[in-house]
Design a protein around this ligand. Structure first.
Ligand SMILES: Cc1ncc(COP(=O)(O)O)c(C=O)c1O
Length: 349
């Protein structure tokens, strides 16, 4: 078998949605984009949504809408892709890198507290691998919080959808995400002034020249795909949960560390991450069986800065392996992934 780490789930309804827009003669940002914003806002539970061209553009606009600019500090975890770091640089801000917890792999509160200064203007808090952060204590810090939901559309924390709790929140619809528009993103808020700012910064024309504006628009082709995928999102999440349950059951007799899922969190299992001392050997074994496993974060941010210490990130990064988990996996493939993993665990250890 050949099982990639991620695989798209595009069906006939997705294809029809996009080709209908192509045939309509209106393909740039328009009615479909507004419909997608409205439906996504109802799904997440916020008043407003602004569709943009990527998750990175979404973080940049979120920072700009909060007035974060030159010299301001923005705290984020080391154990994340480089997107939040780049978005902070786009805003002219200084990214401040904090550690994660070693059981839930999410941003660590104490590490954040140790890095707050009078120049701290925002926190970027990703819900990693589909599992929500314990967000309440972060909100209590009183610093504008950007929820990064790029990996967690549909997840819940104490009954609240992720994306509905931060001052601003962002989503990514990149090809391998929980739902996709190819490239794309969304910025959510309940604050009408922030929403006005987001709309005024997303495109450049017909507005005053006194501030820097961008072209971060989503196309109606992408929005049509987003609307179609959003209809199927509950099915995608159901299947992800079913596969995660199967993996949990099959692996319960092995002494493995998995991402800790507290009962008040409802994960969407974007990634199934396990910690393993002989991670590279296990990855090599899986590759020989045709199963592609990846490091869930390719390189932590603090690796580029020898003076920054993030011991939990070092610990997790050195052991974490992500095995295939996505709705397009068949039952036979799920069994094959588990048979291969169990064989690896028995032979390597
Ligand atoms: C946590 C997180 N934030 C932000 C992004 C950036 O999203 P995009 O690739 O759409 O720019 C990603 C995407 O990989 C992500 O995983």
């Amino acid at each position: 078998m050949d099982i990639p780490h991620s695989r798209l789930l595009i069906d006939e309804s997705d294809i029809k949605a996009v080709t209908d827009v192509l045939a309509s003669g209106h393909i740039a940002q328009g009615r479909k984009t507004r419909d997608f914003e409205g439906e996504f806002a109802s799904f997440v539970g916020t008043k407003f949504a602004t569709a943009v061209s990527s998750g990175t553009a979404a973080i940049h606009l979120a920072l700009a809408s909060l007035g974060v600019g030159r010299g301001d500090e923005v705290i984020m975890p080391s154990y994340v892709c480089t997107s939040p770091y780049m978005a902070a640089l786009h805003a002219g801000a200084v990214p401040i890198i904090a550690d994660i917890g070693n059981s839930d792999f999410n941003l660590d509160l104490e590490s954040v507290k140790n890095r707050i200064t009078p120049r701290t203007k925002a926190l970027i808090v990703p819900h990693m691998f589909g599992c929500p952060v314990d967000i309440d204590p972060f909100l209590e810090l009183g610093i504008p919080l950007i929820e990064d939901c790029a990996q967690s559309a549909g997840a819940e924390y104490r009954g609240r959808r992720v994306g509905s709790m931060g001052r601003v929140s962002v989503f990514s619809f990149y090809a391998t995400k929980i739902m996709t528009t190819g490239e794309g993103g969304m910025v959510m808020t309940n604050d009408p002034e922030i929403n006005d700012q987001l709309k005024a910064l997303r495109d450049y024309d017909g507005r005053s020249l006194d501030v820097v504006r961008y072209n971060y628009k989503m196309t109606d082709m992408e929005a049509a795909l987003g609307l179609s995928q959003l209809k199927r999102l509950p099915d995608f999440i159901r299947r992800r949960k079913q596969i995660a349950r199967t993996y949990n059951n099959r692996l319960s007799s092995y002494n493995l560390s998995l991402q800790f899922q507290a009962p008040h969190k409802n994960s969407v299992h974007y990634r199934y991450v396990l910690l393993c001392e002989k991670m590279e050997q296990l990855r090599g074994h899986m590759r020989k069986r045709g199963v592609s496993c990846e490091k869930p974060v390719s390189v932590p941010l603090h690796f580029s800065f020898p003076n920054i210490r993030c011991p939990n990130t070092d610990f997790v990064y050195g052991r974490a392996i992500s095995i295939p988990l996505y709705p397009a996996l068949s039952d036979d493939e799920v069994d094959y992934v588990m048979d291969s993993l169990e064989l690896g665990l028995i032979t390597i250890f």
